[in-house]
Design a protein around this ligand. Structure first.
Ligand code: C2E
Ligand code: CA
Ligand code: CA
Length: 587
C-alpha cells in the first residue's frame, strides 16, 4: 500500500470500509491526535455520514477532555472490548448499549498516542480472538502509516516554513506568488517587501535570542495587522514579504504598507535608543507579465532605494528605481576598485571672505570618473559606500588626497594661507583609530592640524554622541578644526555644540540660496544661526550662495564667509591652483 500525507485521508475510509465488510461491522471510526494541541479529530468513519467532509472539524475534542472513549484510549495499551459502551454506543446510531460490543484500539507510536480506532460489531455477534488479532495488525499498520504521514507533514512544513516565526519561507512565497501570477486577466498583485534595520544592532548588543524575539514580535504584529487571506513570509534575517490577497491597486497597497509600518512602530524596542528604520518597497505585479522571482526582486529593489534615498520609507517600484538600483549594484561591485585604482577625483570649491573676495578655504568634493557612466556626483556613490561599509576606506582616500594636494599647492605658493575642508561620513567618526589615520596623513604631507577642517553632519553627532565626542577630542588635540555641515537641517542640541569641540557652522544651502527673495523664514533661520555662532564663538559660513541679493543679506546679517556657484563652482585641482594664485575671486 503506497500512501503519503496527501492520499492518507482518502485511504483511511477505504480501509474502514474493507474491514466493515470483512468483519461484518456495524460501524467503525478513526480518530487521530494532534500532539501539539492535544486534540483529537474524527478522520474517517464507516458508514460515512451524508453531508460531512472528513476530517470532521466539528468533532475536535481535547484528548484530556470528558469523551469517555478518548479517556479510555489514553490509558489503554492494547485492544479492549467495551461491551457496555453506554453513552458512546448510543451515539452509534441509537443501538441499545448491551447489543454493541465496541472494540477500542489505541494507536501508539514511539510511546506517544497518535489516535484511536473503534469498531462496533453487528448486533448480537461476539468477537473472536482471531478477529481481535487481525484488528491489532490493522492498528499497527495504521500507526505506522500515521507516523509516516506525520513525519512527511513535518518535513513538508519545514521545507515551506520559516523555523523562527512559523511563517511561509521564500520557497512557499514564490510558489504562492507564481500561482497568483499565472491567472492572467486578474488585476495586479501587490508585493510588499519589508526591510528592517535594527536586527544587527539587537544581535550585537543584546544577543541573538533578543534579536529572535524581536523578529517574532514583528512577525506577529504584521500578521495581526493583515487580512487572513494575505500571505506573509519571512525570507530570513529581518526581511519579510507580504502578498496582498486579491487584485489591488497602488493606493490600497500603499495604505497597507503604511498600516504595517505604523504597527511595527508600536512594538516595544528592547533597546530604547535604537532608531526604528523600517521600509517597504512595493511592486504591483501584472499576472501573465512577470515571474514571481522578478516581482520579488523589484519589490526588494524598491525597499533598497527607500533605504539609501532615505527620504521616504515607502517606495513603489518604477523605472527610476530600476535605474537607481542598477547604478547601485554597479557601484557596489566597482567602488573598491575605483578607490584603489585612483578613479576617484577631488574637485575643490573655494570659500571666500565676502568683503574682500579673498579665498579663505577650499572644500574637497569627491567625484568618480566612471569608465562607462562618466563623472559621477557623490550622491551617486556616497550613500552606497555608507551602506556597504566602504565609507571609511573612501574617506581615508579623500583625506589623503586632499592633504597631498594642499601640500603641493603650498610648495608652489609658499605664502598660501587657506584651510582644506574635507567631508567626513558618520561611519568614519566611529571608526577605530580615525584620529590616528588623520595624524598619519598630516605628518606624511607636512600639513599643520589647523589647516585641515573636517565637516561632519549633525546626524553623525546625534547618532553616537559618546564615541563621536572621543574622536572629536582626539582631533582637537591635533589642532584639526571641525565644522558642522548642513547646519539647520538636523537636530543637534545647543548644549552638545558647546560640549563638542566644534569650530564652525556651515549654514545649509537650502536656507541661503533664496536669501533676498523675500522668504522671512530663511531670513530668520540664517539670522539665528549667525547669532548662535556668535554666542558660542564659532565661525559661520554660508553655503549655496547663488545671487548677489543673498550676498547683500548675508553681509547685513554679519556673515562674511561664503561659498556657492556665484563665487565659484567646484573645479579640478589645476584650476583651483590658478584661483589660489590669484588669491581673490570677483563676483
Ligand atoms: P556638501 O558638503 O553640502 O557640499 C556642497 C555641495 O553643494 C556640493 O555638491 C556642491 O557642488 C554644492 N554646491 C556648492 N555651491 C552650490 C550652490 O551655489 N548651489 C547649489 N545648488 N549647490 C551648490 P556635491 O559636490 O555634489 O556634493 C554633495 C554632497 O556629497 C556634499 O554636500 C557632501 O555631503 C557629500 N560629499 C562630497 N564629497 C564628499 C566626500 O569626500 N566625503 C563625504 N563623506 N561626503 C562627500
Ligand atoms: Ca560640506
Ligand atoms: Ca553642506
Amino acid at each position: 500500500m503506497r500512501v503519503d500525507a496527501e492520499s492518507a485521508h482518502e485511504t483511511y475510509p477505504s480501509i474502514l470500509r474493507g474491514l466493515a465488510f470483512e468483519l461484518e461491522l456495524e460501524s467503525a471510526f478513526l480518530r487521530l491526535t494532534d500532539i501539539d494541541t492535544r486534540t483529537s479529530i474524527l478522520v474517517a468513519e464507516w458508514p460515512p455520514k451524508i453531508g460531512i467532509t472528513y476530517p470532521d472539524q466539528s468533532t475536535v475534542a481535547y484528548r484530556d477532555g470528558p469523551d469517555p472513549i478518548l479517556a479510555l484510549a489514553a490509558t489503554m495499551k492494547d485492544v479492549t472490548v467495551v461491551s457496555t459502551a453506554g453513552d458512546y454506543a448510543e451515539q452509534l446510531d441509537g443501538l441499545a448499549p448491551e447489543k454493541v460490543p465496541l472494540v477500542v484500539i489505541p494507536l501508539v507510536a514511539g510511546g506517544v498516542d497518535v489516535g484511536v480506532l473503534g469498531f462496533a460489531k453487528t448486533a448480537g455477534r461476539i468477537w473472536t480472538e482471531c478477529e481481535l488479532s487481525s484488528l491489532r495488525s490493522v492498528a499497527l499498520l495504521m500507526t505506522q502509516l500515521q507516523a509516516r504521514v506525520d513525519a512527511e507533514n513535518r518535513s513538508r512544513f519545514a521545507a515551506t516554513h520559516d523555523e523562527l516565526t512559523g511563517m511561509s519561507n521564500r520557497r512557499a512565497l514564490l510558489n504562492h506568488l507564481s500561482a497568483r501570477l499565472e491567472e492572467p486577466g486578474c488585476g495586479p498583485v501587490a508585493v510588499l517587501f519589508l526591510d528592517l534595520d535594527q536586527l544587527k544592532s539587537l544581535n550585537d548588543f543584546l544577543g541573538h535570542s533578543t534579536g529572535d524575539e524581536y523578529i517574532r514580535d514583528v512577525a506577529e504584529t504584521v500578521r495581526r495587522d493583515l487580512g487572513s487571506k494575505d500571505v506573509i513570509a519571512r525570507l530570513g534575517g529581518d526581511e519579510f514579504v507580504v502578498v496582498l490577497a486579491g487584485p489591488t491597486d497602488e493606493f490600497i497597497a500603499n495604505l497597507a504598507a503604511e498600516a504595517i509600518l505604523m504597527a511595527i512602530d508600536g512594538i516595544d524596542m528592547p533597546l530604547a535608543d535604537l532608531r526604528r528604520r523600517a521600509r517597504i518597497g512595493i511592486m504591483m505585479a501584472q499576472p501573465g507579465r512577470i515571474t514571481a522571482e522578478r516581482a520579488l526582486r523589484c519589490a526588494d529593489q524598491a525597499a533598497l532605494i527607500a533605504k539609501i534615498g532615505g527620504t521616504d520609507n515607502i517606495e513603489h517600484f518604477t523605472e527610476s528605481v530600476r535605474a537607481q538600483s542598477e547604478l547601485r549594484s554597479d557601484v557596489e561591485v566597482h567602488l573598491r576598485d575605483a578607490i584603489e585604482g585612483d578613479a576617484l577625483v577631488l574637485h575643490y570649491q573655494p570659500e571666500v571672505d565676502l568683503d574682500s573676495g579673498q579665498i579663505t578655504a577650499v572644500e574637497a568634493l569627491v567625484r568618480w570618473q566612471h569608465p562607462v557612466r562618466g563623472l559621477l556626483p557623490p550622491s551617486a556613490f556616497i550613500p552606497v559606500a555608507e551602506a556597504t561599509n566602504l565609507a571609511p576606506e573612501l574617506g581615508r582616500w579623500v583625506v589623503d588626497r586632499a592633504c597631498r594636494t594642499l601640500s603641493e599647492w603650498q610648495s608652489t605658493l609658499p605664502s598660501l594661507d587657506i584651510s582644506m575642508r574635507v567631508n567626513v561620513s558618520p561611519a568614519q567618526l566611529v571608526e577605530r583609530d580615525f584620529v590616528g589615520t588623520v595624524e598619519a596623513v598630516l605628518r606624511r604631507y607636512g600639513v599643520e592640524g589647523p589647516q585641515l577642517c573636517l565637516e561632519i553632519t549633525e546626524v553623525a553627532v546625534v547618532n553616537d554622541v559618546d564615541r563621536t565626542r572621543k574622536t572629536l577630542f582626539g582631533l582637537h588635540q591635533l589642532g584639526v578644526r571641525i565644522a558642522i555641515d548642513d547646519f539647520g537641517t538636523g537636530y543637534s542640541a545647543l548644549s552638545q555644540l558647546k560640549e563638542l569641540e566644534v569650530d564652525a557652522l556651515k549654514i545649509d544651502r537650502s536656507f541661503v540660496t533664496d536669501l533676498g527673495a523675500g522668504d522671512a523664514n530663511d531670513l530668520a533661520i540664517v539670522e539665528s544661526v549667525v547669532g548662535l555662532a556668535d554666542a558660542f564663538g564659532l565661525d559661520v559660513i554660508a553655503e549655496g550662495v547663488e545671487t548677489t541679493a543673498a550676498v547683500d543679506v548675508l553681509q547685513a546679517l554679519g556673515c562674511t564667509r561664503a561659498q556657492g556657484y556665484l563665487i565659484s563652482r567646484p573645479v579640478p585641482a589645476a584650476e583651483t591652483l590658478e584661483l589660489l594664485r590669484a588669491g581673490t575671486i570677483e563676483f
